[in-house]
Design a binder for this molecule. Sequence first.
Ligand code: SF4
Length: 427
Amino acid sequence: MQPIIPIQSTAKGCSDAPVLSEKGQREVFCGLTGIIWLHRKIQDAFFLVVGSRTCAHLIQSAAGVMIFAEPRFGTAIIDERDLAGLSDANDELDRVVSELLARRPDIKLLFLVGSCPSEVIKLDLSRAAERLSRSYLPRVRVLNYSGSGIETTFTQGEDACLTSLLPTLGQRQSPNRHLLIVGTLADVVEDQLGALLHKMGIDDFDFFPPRRSSKMGAIGPNTVYLLAQPFLADTARGLDALGAQRLPAPFPLGVEGTTAWLQAAASAFGVEAQRFEEAVAAPRQRAQTALARQRSQLQGKKVFFFPDSQLEIPLARFLHRELGMELTEVGTPYLHRQIMASELALLPEGTRLSEGQSLELQLDRCHADQPDLVVCGLGLANPLEAEGFTTKWSIELVFTPVQGYEQAADLAALFSRPLLRKHKLAA
Ligand code: SF4
């Protein structure tokens, strides 16, 4: 196997910058939210939340109205009898799963998703998943992970889900280098990035998670992987433990991020500089032209990030370097320095970084900064709008295809649109 040549960067940016670390009241979604994009991605999987009516309402409202499709998620409701220990929740769960699988022969992979209530009654979903797998394999594999608000925030649900999938990856013996692209991407984004890799001559790659559970893929000592999403620290640790090697890179957001991300793959596979250039030149140029239009709307505007999706640092890098926005505070729920190293190096020195949340203190800083745009969770957006701030819901940034060259201008538009709307309303 050829050695991996890391991309040399002399940039320092915020690599060693101090981080304001806060603990206190926080305002974030729980990990159940990830079901919305995960169930669209893995098309033969079903996500069964073992939770309360609140959990059912959360994912139903996050998913919007889905009356025409048979949804591939649902909630097994834990009611008062279960909470009081008057009934055996395991028996109930077995009954619900049996009815579900009898009704839905299309389901090949079933996730039991833990919630706050299932944790409170100490329902052991890993044992339940093992028991149910024994009953239903080979037709259906049953796995479990936690999406509870006690243990996870928002995008950590995907991290937990992918970690639970790692043992289902096969073992690869091939001596050839193989690339795994890790993190849920919209199909259209996968197709575009895959086409660019093929153009460079990189053909041996897989996406994880795959679109169907039967295509789970395999990894071996010659597998290198690129994170497509920044919130997958546990998944990355699991892949490292299985012998795969992470390619350090910024995330494929914006022209610069996408180019550097593809360059990391190209370097690992020994792609010649000219071949790389020929593959990316046209889409990169298109994206730069489209971004120039957005830049005029966003340049010089101040943006404040509340911690929510863990996308905050790559987004801040994109908004500052490609659109000329001024960063007031970049908050993230967790800062994984290794995963974020390439991104931190690209942030302007002196950027105020914060990790975790103490909501009141952070609101005070936001009031003092008076940003033009606040990126935050849904719960904060309405009160901030009522105070006259312009907001962007961070959840939209996860639900919308934003990675790659063709989506760079769409990503910028997600930030310029609320400013434009405010301008129009004022006029
Ligand atoms: S925070 Fe807990 S109770 Fe609320 S929706 Fe999430 S898992 Fe359910």
